[in-house]
Design a protein around this ligand. Structure first.
Ligand SMILES: Nc1ncnc2c1ncn2[C@@H]1O[C@H](COP(=O)(O)OP(=O)(O)OP(=O)(O)O)[C@@H](O)[C@H]1O
Length: 225
């Protein structure tokens, strides 16, 4: 079997809760292979966002291991973790969080700039990625308010793919979209996962969108099954 690009092993995450602690992740284990799309569903408060935060190395688990692209993140310092996140992990949040004054192409180029890529190479790559998520040359020159919700989410996905991430983490990408647009975004995520060989974890409330996932897991009270 191919080595997983993302591996959570017995991850436990707790939050302080008055006199008690609240267990948001209760010994969660999950392996995701390159090119695999795993959907995670579950009721509100069951721990889905906590799972993504730990997988994204934004939160350290209390105990357990998080291995990204073969590298154990437990022993890493903050700087090393940030570099790993930037280089190997793409994150797509619920709301696209685009900068209002920038065109679609510039949103992707802004990420390129942060990574120190050459302008010419970055332009070509941005155009190619935006094309691959279905935005033609005219749309690439538009600002967020001139794009539909689905198109904005496509820009968001292209931006997350810029660095060639091994792991793609997606939180409720369809919450602001109607069912049909939501379906198309999930279809796109499935395509992107195959084409870019990302290990993709998609959190969603919408069970109707799960047909494209390779596996569907349910989170309940911090447990994944
Ligand atoms: N920063 C925090 N401090 C304390 N408790 C928290 C914190 N973040 C989340 N929690 C609690 O941890 C549990 C899991 O929350 P989480 O956000 O992971 O659930 P979720 O499944 O993503 O929910 P939703 O579908 O509503 O977004 C919940 O009981 C929540 O109240």
């Amino acid at each position: 079997m191919t080595a997983p690009s993302l591996s959570l092993q017995d991850a436990v995450l707790t939050y302080p809760d008055g006199d008690h602690t609240l267990t948001a992740l209760d010994r969660v284990s999950l392996d995701v292979a390159p090119g695999e799309l795993v959907a995670v569903v579950g009721p509100s408060g069951s721990g889905k966002s906590s799972l993504l935060a730990v997988a994204a190395t934004l939160r350290r688990p209390d105990t357990g291991r998080v291995v990204v692209a073969g590298r154990d993140t437990g022993a890493m310092g903050a700087k090393e973790r940030t570099a790993l996140r930037r280089e190997r992990i793409g994150i797509v949040f619920q709301q696209p969080n685009l900068l209002p004054s920038l065109t679609a192409e510039e949103q992707v180029l802004a990420v390129a700039h942060l990574r120190g890529a050459s302008v010419r190479a970055a332009r070509a790559r941005a155009a190619e990625l935006l094309e691959s998520v279905g935005l033609d040359a005219a749309k690439r020159r538009r600002r967020p308010h001139q794009l539909s919700g689905g198109e904005r989410q496509r820009v968001n996905i292209a931006r997350a793919l810029f660095g060639g991430p091994a792991v793609l983490l997606v939180d409720e990408p369809t919450s602001a979209l109607d069912h049909e647009r939501g379906e198309r975004v999930v279809e796109l995520l499935a395509e992107v996962t195959r084409r870019h060989r990302t290990a993709t974890v998609l959190v969603t409330h919408d069970r109707g969108l799960l047909g494209r996932a390779d596996r569907v897991l349910t989170m309940r009270d911090g447990r994944l099954g």
